[in-house]
Design a protein around this ligand. Structure first.
Ligand code: 2YH
Length: 273
């Protein structure tokens, strides 16, 4: 699993306005509306300012990513939540968070990234929220995906979840991965999914692409007018690629926004006023 770096998130908070403008221009949705659509809720169903999010930095594994927790906090604030980062890390940070009585606690190690809703006792998982949110973005930018041929590049956890969600949207789904065993494992789970064995050929043949892989996509393989919804990091598209195609990407905000809205929605479903 690709780990974010400080470079990925160092300017994230200052760039939220630019991301909002980009999403409005290309999907017709704000970050919040897109996140709500991704998790199947109406954006005015809850009042985010009634909810507090705590973010606990985690030192396990490769340790703290400088500015990661602050970026998660600022994404939550952008959506209207109250939000704070604990001064302590790990279990001590968790205890510090609990003392402030938040509704949602965010924590990430090198493998998992969860938002835990304390009152609903339910966790939102970044892998699944990211898959949902980037499909919502592609669907909005492409004016729906019903009957459209959509390629998923990367058959890991995000790619596999994307296949399931795209089938629910009645898209024609093809998956490709340099590791063919992984691509065929997705097909085994969802037999309607086609497997493309040649990654570059598959990219050349598709206008609608979800890139859930850390691999580089060659600019010459991208179709003119393609739409690429791309959570994958590192993000290596060049200026030429961005001229040819609409490339929807940010390192953290789109996935975290969907986690936060889904988590708050759990409280709403549990009848919190
Ligand atoms: O970037 C990551 C992992 N790739 C998890 C992604 C799950 N889809 N984790 C961030 C680690 C943050 C660090 N422990 C911190 O600063 O708290």
């Amino acid at each position: 699993m690709t780990r974010l770096t400080h470079d990925d998130v160092k300017d994230l908070s200052e760039n939220l306005g630019a991301l909002e403008d980009f999403l409005l221009k290309h999907t017709g949705r704000t970050l919040k509306k897109l996140a709500c659509e991704a998790v199947g809720m109406w954006e005015y169903a809850i009042d985010t300012k009634e909810y507090t999010c705590a973010v606990v930095p985690v030192t396990t594994g490769e340790g703290i990513i400088s500015n990661f927790s602050e970026s998660v906090r600022d994404i939550c604030k952008w959506l209207g939540f109250e939000a704070f980062v604990t001064t302590k890390t790990d279990i001590s940070g968790f205890r510090e968070a609990l003392e402030q009585k938040p509704n949602i606690i965010f924590m990430a190690d090198d493998v998992e990234f969860l938002a835990y809703n304390i009152e609903a006792k339910k966790a939102s998982n970044n892998t699944f929220s990211t898959a949902k949110a980037y499909i919502a973005a592609l669907s909005a930018a492409a004016d729906m995906l019903i009957g459209k041929d959509v390629l998923i590049v990367g058959a890991g956890r995000v790619g596999s979840e994307m296949a399931r969600l795209l089938l629910a949207k009645s898209a024609n789904v093809t998956v490709t991965d340099i590791d063919l065993d992984k691509a065929y494992a997705v097909q085994k789970a969802y037999p309607r999914v086609k497997v493309a064995e040649d990654v570059r050929e598959a990219i050349r043949a598709h206008k609608y692409i979800l890139n859930a892989s850390p691999a580089h996509i060659e600019t010459e393989d991208i179709q003119e007018g393609a739409i690429i919804s791309s959570p994958g990091v590192p993000h290596t598209f060049d200026e030429e690629a961005k001229k040819k195609a609409l490339i929807i990407h940010d390192p953290l905000a789109i996935g975290v926004a969907a986690m936060a809205m889904e988590s708050a929605y759990y409280s709403y479903l549990g009848c919190r006023k």
